[in-house]
Design a protein around this ligand. Structure first.
Ligand code: MN3
Length: 204
């Protein structure tokens, strides 16, 4: 079964003014599409063809660089589109908010820590909020298209990623140029906390 580029739940222009339509279109229809195609090419004719993306990532240390880069790119962007929404912003509520309060010192402290992880990632990569079994939440970052599900040293957090920001320049350069901090702030304006709470509940 080949992996398929997911359709977005909203239009390319739906996240404006925070994320511009042109960036969304290129990011989804070119970058994410290329990761998906190149992942399929890299696993064609191998035993990985019959595995889920989660299984592939859990054993990525044994896979080729092409599978690592494109498998990560495929998975990470799937999550990225889901944790943004035209109706996003505000703050988490319920159990997710309680976990953030308990483990990260509240929403403001979490936002600061997450933004710092995203800002200090040199070059390209991602910052994450992850949940461990038992419900503990943690912030970290990874280089390139790595992520916390990979069995590699650079995975940053353990646990399951429930919120993540792409800090590759292709994610923001058209609208924000070198102003990564402004982009990170804008990302919080479209954060889909309902989805993040759902992922927290399903993976705690
Ligand atoms: Mn990207």
């Amino acid at each position: 079964m080949a992996f398929v580029l997911p359709k977005l739940a909203y239009a390319y222009d739906a996240l404006q003014p925070h994320i511009d339509a042109r960036t969304m279109e290129i990011h989804h229809s070119k970058h994410h599409a290329a990761y998906t195609d190149n992942l399929n090419k890299a696993i064609a004719g191998t035993e990985l063809e019959n595995q889920t993306i989660e299984q592939i990532l859990a054993n990525i240390s044994k896979a080729s660089p092409a599978v690592r880069n494109n498998g990560g790119g495929f998975y990470n962007h799937n999550l990225f589109w889901e944790v943004m929404s035209p109706n996003g912003g505000g703050e988490p509520t319920g159990e997710l908010a309680e976990a953030i309060n308990r483990d990260l010192g509240g929403f403001a402290a979490f936002k600061e820590k997450f933004a710092a992880a995203a800002m200090t990632r040199f070059g390209s990569g991602w910052a994450w909020l992850c949940v461990h079994k038992g419900g503990k939440v943690e912030v970290c970052s990874t280089p390139n298209q790595d992520n916390p599900l990979m069995d590699v040293d650079s995975k940053g957090c353990g646990g399951f990623p429930i919120f993540g920001i792409d800090v590759w320049e292709h994610a923001y350069y058209l609208n924000y140029q070198n102003r990564r901090a402004d982009y990170i702030n804008a990302f919080f304006s479209v954060a889909n906390w309902a989805k993040v709470a759902e992922l927290f509940a399903a993976n705690k």
